[in-house]
Write a protein that binds this ligand. Structure first.
Ligand SMILES: C[S@@+](CC[C@H](N)C(=O)[O-])C[C@H]1O[C@@H](n2cnc3c(N)ncnc32)[C@H](O)[C@@H]1O
Length: 259
């Protein structure tokens, strides 16, 4: 994993520099002034963003739960009929407690939280966790999202294999896993965000280690999101495979455990 600094745009005001230094200190990252190349977290007054500084055309990656795309999906998406909702077993008036142990930029977690789930999230990358927490903070101040989102989404920065094993909070109904999978070929359809992510994190080579502690913790099921055609996590066959266009949800029913 690279050492990604926190920086500011050129000619930044002293207040912004101070904000960037606080962000760096909070997440154990280094603050660097005046850098012009490489991947960096750039502190703006309004938000925090990840940028490839020498490729301005690639655009910035940030977490915006109030974006048009997520708002449209929240208001006009398939609701509890969405594949992810069916995979976690969300039905009728149910509300489930989900632990998303590979949170990333929190998109899946947000979809579940907006369907009424209480979602705890774990993210091990300080850079990704900083972006996600920044998005959560802005959502908390949003006139619409602020009324429900802070109660439904909470981030823990740490390594999931450890946190799942030592989980001292209420046991989740569902543990959701979506580790990075190596992409076989580069193509234009791999979104900018995914490309920056791959550059930042690489594939999660240790992903297989997540399954056992997840199975031990989840009260009802473990759901693993995989690209279509990818092998099962840890080589373990799920009870249910839900096939979608680009992804598959592998569902392991833990209430069938005999222990
Ligand atoms: C593909 S992304 C998840 C995307 C997410 N589902 C979304 O909708 O935005 C995978 C993330 O899991 C994180 N991750 C992988 N293994 C982890 C582990 N053992 N503990 C905590 N985070 C992990 C990676 O750092 C990465 O940010």
């Amino acid at each position: 994993m690279h050492n990604i600094p926190v920086t500011v745009p050129p000619n930044a005001a002293a207040d912004l520099i101070m904000l960037a230094q606080q962000t760096a200190a909070k997440w154990g990252l280094t603050y660097r002034n005046h850098i012009g190349s490489g991947l960096a977290l750039v502190q703006q007054f309004s938000h925090l963003e990840l940028r490839q500084l020498d490729e301005p055309k690639v655009g910035a990656v940030l977490v915006d739960f109030a974006s048009d795309a997520l708002t449209f999906r929240r208001l006009h998406g398939g609701g509890k009929k969405e594949a992810i909702a069916r995979a976690i077993g969300l039905k009728g008036q149910d509300s489930l407690h989900v632990l998303d142990a590979t949170a990333g930029l929190g998109r899946d977690a947000f979809v579940l939280a907006s369907l009424g789930c209480v979602v705890d999230m774990i993210e091990r990358s300080a850079v990704v966790a900083a972006l996600l927490q920044d998005g959560l903070n802005r959502a908390a101040a949003d006139i619409e999202l602020g009324t429900w989102l802070p109660a439904n989404m909470q981030l823990y920065h740490g390594v999931a294999t450890e946190l799942l094993t030592d989980w001292s909070h209420e046991k989740p109904d569902v543990v959701y896993l979506d580790p990075m999978f190596p992409h076989r070929r580069k193509n234009a359809a791999v979104k900018k965000e995914m490309r920056l992510f791959q550059q930042l994190l690489g594939p999660d080579e240790d992903a297989d280690l997540l399954l056992e502690p997840a199975l031990a913790l989840a009260k009802k099921r473990v759901v693993v999101k995989r690209p279509t055609g990818a092998p099962f996590l840890a080589g373990k066959k799920p009870q249910i495979e839900m096939l979608g266009k680009a992804n598959r949800f592998d569902v392991y029913l833990t209430h069938l455990k005999t222990k």
